[in-house]
Design a protein around this ligand. Structure first.
Ligand SMILES: CC(=O)SCCNC(=O)CCNC(=O)[C@H](O)C(C)(C)COP(=O)(O)OP(=O)(O)OC[C@H]1O[C@@H](n2cnc3c(N)ncnc32)[C@H](O)[C@@H]1OP(=O)(O)O
Ligand SMILES: N[C@@H](CCO)C(=O)O
Length: 453
């Protein structure tokens, strides 16, 4: 059982502080798939809405690779009164995954055995570990069952694992989006190119760098994000958006960190303490890895995305989570669960997914070049009585974070159809929506009702 806290146990974690209004729980001992045990394992989470009497009006939302527990940061248009994630009808829960910099246990966490940050010694976690950890928090909050689990990309992997890692009947329905039953060779290979970008930065130092934006291998991490951006978007969207336009706007300078330029015997004033505007520009670029000003708008965009990313994400965490995604495979160690395996190529997958509640809504993005629509078709064919919906988008994989209207309509329609009982009464004071309040630790035990507005 997790203990709900009234404070942030990660006060030293800069990135956790970027997420507003998070709550924390601590799991005394979390046994991982790797066989290792995480002690005093923090989990960061946020909630919206409140429980009904039977504590089963629960939506679990699962974030993607670089997301956090704050749905309002990345799926904001889906959250609110009359929206897909409506706190008037649901208790909405989103927890940060293990290995993420945003507050749950990660390479940035202090190892209670040593008093030092885990850094690259943080044990590898899996999507299944995330489900088990987050389930402990739901138990502590008093959740009896979950109406629907919803998530995209890695969040879709987590969504698929929820009904497989919890007791039958606990999860009533799932909506996996832009995801797959296992991470493809294509996905693994793109992730590997990104990891190699980080390893090749001399500041990486096997992961024993000083975390915080100013200490980490920013050049490698920025390059990794630039590569990743190309897999998240599409050729069409880049051509349409940037074409061959020249880059006019200068890349925004990084405020921090102080520069980490090579030492020389002869002091070079312009390198260590740039004074002229040109030297300052050069130094700003160098601090996050860009060696030349971009000529084209498309280059400028990538530079900017890389630069922006290193201010909000940690390199060890990036390595950890991409490895976690690579390991995702719903059939792993479950061949005994095959059930009515039909013997065709997907028989094993179908056998394992037979345990998922029927009627899943699988959502794909028509231009997704990372999790191809064919994978979603395969997934829908392997899930019992599932439906496949296609998002129209030229934006590629990131369409699941951009096509809010289509996605909102699909999710809301599914929830209203499957759970009409939760839409019966609408007598909540609407002023409560103006301010977000998160779940009160201990509220479940003291009052029998966790309020989370
Ligand atoms: C602390 C936290 O941040 S918590 C986590 C938040 N992030 C997440 O949850 C992860 C999921 N989110 C994402 O991956 C992304 O935010 C997305 C997919 C939703 C949207 O991506 P964005 O980068 O916001 O959008 P987009 O691709 O349109 O890029 C817009 C940015 O590029 C800049 N830009 C566009 N063209 C250029 C160019 N030629 N040169 C320089 N900059 C450019 C824009 O000025 C804009 O800058 P801004 O982000 O400072 O406003
Ligand atoms: N843009 C998303 C894509 C991952 O699927 C992220 O950064 O998390």
């Amino acid at each position: 059982m997790a203990t709900l806290l009234d404070h942030n146990p990660n006060a030293e974690n800069f990135y956790a502080g970027l997420i507003q209004g998070q709550r924390f729980a601590v799991i005394p001992e979390l046994a991982l798939d790797s066989g290792e045990v995480l002690r005093s394992c923090p989990i960061a989470y946020k909630t919206w809405g409140r429980f009904n009497e039977t504590r089963d009006n629960v939506l679990v939302i699962c974030h993607a690779l670089t997301g956090s527990s704050d749905i309002s940061d990345w799926w904001s248009p889906l959250l609110g009164r009359g929206k897909a994630f409506d706190p008037a009808h649901f208790f909405i829960f989103c927890a940060n995954v293990l290995g993420s910099p945003y507050g749950s246990a990660s390479p940035l966490t202090i190892d209670p055995r040593t008093g030092q940050r885990y850094a690259s010694e943080f044990p590898q976690t899996t999507v299944r570990d995330d489900v088990r950890a987050h389930k402990y928090v739901l138990d502590a909050l008093g959740v009896r069952s979950v109406a629907a689990v919803i998530g995209g990309s890695m969040g879709g992997m987590t969504t698929l694992e929820w009904p497989l890692c919890t007791e039958p009947g606990f999860v009533k329905s799932i909506i996996p989006i832009a995801t797959a039953a296992d991470h493809s060779a294509w996905g693994i290979s793109w992730a590997e190119t990104q990891r190699q970008c980080i390893y090749s930065d001399p500041k990486f130092d096997d992961g024993y760098y000083e975390p915080r934006p100013e200490g980490q291998p920013s050049a490698g991490l920025a390059a990794a994000r630039m590569v990743a951006m190309l897999t998240y978007r599409s050729c069409v969207s880049f051509d349409h958006r940037f074409g061959r336009k020249p880059q006019r706007q200068k890349p925004r300078p990084v405020q921090e960190p102080p520069l980490d330029l090579p030492r020389t015997d002869v002091p070079v004033a312009t390198a260590t303490t740039p004074t002229s505007p040109a030297a300052k520009d050069r130094a700003d670029r160098k601090s996050w890895g860009a060696r030349r000003d971009p000529s084209f708008s498309a280059q400028g965009y990538l530079h900017y995305q890389g630069q922006k990313f290193v201010q909000r994400f940690d390199a060890n965490c990036y390595l950890h989570i991409t490895n976690k995604m690579d390991a995702h495979d719903v059939t792993l160690d479950r061949t005994h669960d095959q059930g009515e395996s039909s013997g065709d190529d997907d028989g094993v997958v179908r056998g394992v997914l037979a345990r998922v509640p029927p009627g899943a809504l699988v959502v794909s993005v028509e231009t997704d070049a990372l999790f191809l629509p064919e994978q979603q078709e395969r997934l829908a064919a392997c899930l019992p009585d599932a439906t496949l919906a296609m998002l129209k988008s030229s934006d590629g994989h990131d369409g699941f974070l951009l096509e809010f209207e289509q996605l909102g309509t699909l999710i809301l329609g599914k929830l209203m159809k499957d759970f009409p009982q939760f839409y019966g009464s609408n007598d909540v004071d609407s002023t409560l929506f103006e301010d977000e309040h998160t779940a009160q630790p201990g509220g479940a035990s003291l009052t029998g009702e966790v309020e989370a507005w």
